[in-house]
Design a protein around this ligand. Structure first.
Ligand code: ADP
Length: 852
């Protein structure tokens, strides 16, 4: 802004609250913006605004405690400085923030706060009459001596400095050219003053008062300089540069000021940074690079975008835990207890983890394989990873890899790019602050691939013990030793993990839980955790095991326990409301007076002590404790059951059979439906099937056609050629899920056999198995998950391939007891087991007779 022209600031100003310093009119300040309110202001005013007016903001020194800035607006300092935002630089490191360069225009006073959110806006009154600057003589007359005296001190001060420094020479010239009224503000921001003193100057609205207050500050600075020059006479030149002027607080609103003046760096900070670099324990190579960068930084003007980048880089380098590690405290017995305490069941996994830890204990720098837990969601893979970190006494950090399709996510961007950042590995190390954390690479099976390179390839380098001691992130551009990091991976399926990556890992399958296990997990772990999270005690809520079983069977259908956990959370929330209401209404009359005759009483348990939450009509009453969650309460809170035992209903017609499928989310039961109609002998398949599944369907039809006579199967017109004038349609419901794999073979055969024979498949039978053209049944995978799914769905008999018998051992005894297993080696055995009364091969003669 030109000094000669008057400034009229808008009557409404958005307010920027600064902790870092006090901006005075006529000076420029660089301030970092990271509080939500200030960030909003920058985003919606400065970055979106197009007019010059929109770049004028009110800068208010925030005198309150910086930490209390987040929620309520602190009480605002009454006087502030209207400022022009000259430059906005955004950065994401170490957290999203902006750096603002603001130049003070004039004082204003807040008349009324108009709004607080998303950023404060106030109606203001301009205090500095800027038009009076245009008339120098008038002000000189008014202030006369005071201003003259001030000017003399200012000249004396500047002349004590080293005139060979261009900035000082310019300042000397400015003293003559600037209107005297502007001098107190400008000099206060140049000389060494505390924020408190600056605040006093800001509050000094009357010019006379301002002159009076600044003169002592000038004198103090002059005296200080004199003293310094006396004590350090020999190195006079250097002293002058270092001591007197804070070069980053520059004046730039004066027409004669050239840009280079404002572009000086914050020397103190850079010196500090250099000191930190030298004292940090970074590798020699890194130190060399950093020292080179700091040299560049010193020469760089502060307003150059690269300045912030280089600085961020150096700050990251200093912060990285080059040599900092936690001490492992590994005691196998304690580890076993801890794992057992934290997790119920999952014996196989715990055993393997303990083996792994035991080997680590014996051989410290184990270069073993990376453990990879594979299983459906919610079975505790992540939480075991966390427990491992806890047993080792190490820091834990989770890196979610789902959807990552850019290798720079892992390896960082080169620093030449705008907005470049280090990769997630280096970022994680910075977050945990030690170089030997446990890193959980979550969902390695969901890594993507794109034009930006293959993240799996980048991960290989991270995970390979032969290479990872010198992992080079593109951003750092120097090697960092990852060999101390303990990597654990999790995945839902191994099918989509790139083979090279799979090769580096040891797969540990984590199957789903049985109902009994889920009940135990719920009562030992999930419910206590939810109670604690909701501030409830067991004296306030009671969830009996039957209720948990109801939730598991009717409200969730999953292999893990995540939905169960959520449902329990919903129950706790509902109870928390009741409890809070009860506390509020403690003085209300007891329930006998009001609750009489309410029909919802019928589900209150016999002893009538615990109160069901379903007593919604009794809202006015404080509930008696503990609140019992019975099925009615469950219905009130969670709504009607989502899953009913629908199996038998769906099997009420010929041409339907139940198969068992394996998906990354665990095992599932799968209905196969078939129908026939007049046609040309075509087979139609629907329900998003993969190629292997389609082949199974063709195989099944071919086998049935070749065995039609043996089983006396005919089409509608009585022909043994099943496809003669007949079309068949096979459908696999739940069409949104892609299904593939050979294991539906036996189900398709059974379903078609039912269609052509007109007989119903037993409603409690499920089956799985691959078929051959000759009618053999071949083994399939995922038996444990499939059996659990059948058990969950309430089925009783399961047909599996004979050669899968060994897999049954892995299944919990109580599940096995509930089920009957039929081991089949050929399709005849399958059909026999699938139909009530068997599916016997009929003697041909008899059938022929009847036909004739
Ligand atoms: P995943 O990583 O397999 O998807 P999580 O580790 O996030 O699953 O587990 C989900 C929740 O279930 C966690 O709160 C965890 O504590 C709990 N959980 C899962 N399995 C068990 C178990 N066997 N014992 C105790 N809690 C469990």
């Amino acid at each position: 802004m030109a000094a000669g022209s008057a400034i009229q600031i808008p009557s409404r100003l958005p307010l920027l609250l600064t902790h870092e310093g006090v901006l005075l009119p006529g000076s420029t300040m660089r301030t970092s913006v990271d509080s939500p309110r200030n960030m909003q202001l920058v985003r919606s005013r400065l970055l979106k605004g197009t007019s010059l007016r929109s770049t004028i903001i009110g800068v208010i020194p925030n005198t309150s405690d910086p930490t209390s800035d987040c929620d309520d607006l602190p009480s605002l300092h009454r006087i502030g400085t209207a400022a022009l935002a000259v430059q906005v630089v955004g950065s994401n490191w170490p957290k999203p923030h902006y750096t603002l360069l603001v130049t003070g225009l004039c004082r204003f006073q807040i008349l009324q706060l108009l709004k607080e959110k998303p950023y404060p806006v106030a109606e203001v009154e301009q205090l500095d009459r800027l038009e009076q600057f245009t008339n120098q003589h008038k002000s000189e007359e008014e202030l006369g001596e005071l201003s003259e005296q001030f000017y003399k001190y200012a000249v004396q001060l500047v002349e004590m400095l080293d005139m060979s420094v261009p900035a000082v020479a310019k300042l000397r010239r400015l003293l003559d050219n600037l209107p005297r009224e502007a001098l107190p503000d400008i000099l206060t921001s140049i000389i060494r003053t505390s924020n408190q003193e600056k605040l006093q100057i800001l509050d000094a609205v009357r010019l006379e008062e301002r002159f009076k207050m600044t003169i002592p500050l000038l004198v103090r600075q002059i005296e200080g300089l004199k003293l310094l020059q006396k004590t350090r006479k020999p190195k006079q030149d250097d002293d002058k540069r270092v001591v007197a002027i804070r070069p980053n607080r520059r004046i730039n609103h004066i027409p004669s000021t050239t840009e280079d003046e404002e572009e000086e760096e914050d020397h103190d900070d850079v010196v500090m940074l250099e000191k930190k670099i030298r004292t940090s324990s970074m590798s020699e190579q890194a130190l060399k690079v950093c020292l080179k960068e700091i040299k560049r930084l010193k020469k760089m003007p502060q307003s150059m975008p690269e300045y912030a980048l280089t600085r961020n880089y150096l700050e990251l380098m200093v912060e990285l835990p080059w040599n900092k590690s936690t001490k492992d405290r590994l005691e196998i017995r304690a580890a076993r207890i801890l794992l057992d305490n934290d997790h119920y069941a999952m014996e196989k996994l715990k055993k393997r983890v303990l083996e792994y830890l035991a080997v680590r204990q014996l051989k410290n720098n184990l270069k073993g394989p990376i453990l990879c837990f594979v299983g459906p969601p919610g079975v505790g893979k992540t939480s075991v990873g966390r427990s491992i970190a806890k047993t080792l006494g190490r820091e834990f950090h989770r890196i979610a890899l789902g959807g990552v399709c850019d290798q720079s996510d892992i390896r960082g961007h080169r620093r030449t790019y705008v907005g470049s950042m280090p990769g997630r590995i280096i970022n994680g190390l910075k977050t945990v602050g030690v170089n030997n954390p446990v890193f959980l690479l979550d969902e390695v099976d969901k890594l993507g691939k794109s034009l930006q390179g293959d993240p799996a390839a980048a991960l290989l380098e991270v995970l390979d013990p032969e290479q990872n001691h010198s992992f080079t992130d593109h951003y750092l551009n120097v090697a960092f030793d990852l060999s101390q990091v303990l990597f654990i991976a999790t995945a839902n399926t191994t099918a989509t993990i790139p083979p090279a990556l799979l090769d580096r890992m040891e797969i540990i399958q984590v199957p789903g839980y049985t109902q009994e296990e889920k009940i135990e997990i719920a009562h030992r772990h999930l419910i206590p955790k939810q109670l604690e999270q909701h501030g409830l005690t067991p004296q306030q809520i009671q969830i009996p095991q039957v209720t948990t079983l109801d939730i598991i069977t009717r409200y969730t259908r999953e292999a893990g326990v995540r939905s169960l956990d959520r449902k329990l959370g919903a129950i706790c929330r509902a109870v928390a409301v009741k409890v809070a209401e009860g506390q509020h209404k403690e003085t209300k009359p007891d329930r006998a007076e009001v609750g009489e005759g309410e029909d919802c009483k019928e589900h209150v348990t016999e002893d009538a002590k615990p109160e069901s939450i379903s007593d919604t009509a009794d809202l006015a009453l404080p509930p008696e404790m503990p609140i019992l969650i019975d099925f009615h309460a469950l219905k009130d809170i969670l709504g009607p059951p989502m899953y009913e035992m629908e199996v038998s209903e769906r099997l009420s017609q010929p041409g339907v059979a139940i198969g068992l499928a394996w998906t990354p989310l665990g095992g599932e039961i799968m209905f196969v439906e078939a129908s026939r109609m007049d046609g040309e002998g075509q087979l139609t398949l629907t329900g998003q099937l993969g190629d292997v599944m389609k082949e199974s369907a063709h195989l099944a039809i071919s086998w049935l056609r070749s065995n039609a006579k043996r089983y006396q199967l005919t089409n509608a017109s009585g022909s043994f050629d099943l496809l003669d004038n007949t079309d068949i349609h096979l459908h696999f419901p739940a069409g949104a899920v892609t299904k593939d794999g050979p294991s539906a073979g036996v189900t398709i055969v059974t379903c078609l056999a039912s269609l052509f024979s007109g007989r119903l498949v037993c409603s409690d039978v499920a089956m799985t198995g691959e078929i051959t053209l000759r009618g053999l049944v071949l083994p399939v995978g995922g038996i444990k998950d499939k059996v659990l799914a059948a058990h969950r769905a309430g089925l009783k008999r399961i047909i599996i391939p004979q050669r899968n018998e060994k897999d049954l051992e892995e299944i919990a005894v109580n599940v096995r007891q509930d089920l009957t297993f039929v081991l089949a080696s050929c399709l005849d055995e399958v059909l026999n087991a699938a139909f009530d009364g068997g599916f016997a091969v009929k003697p041909r003669v008899e059938r022929l007779n009847s036909k004739l």
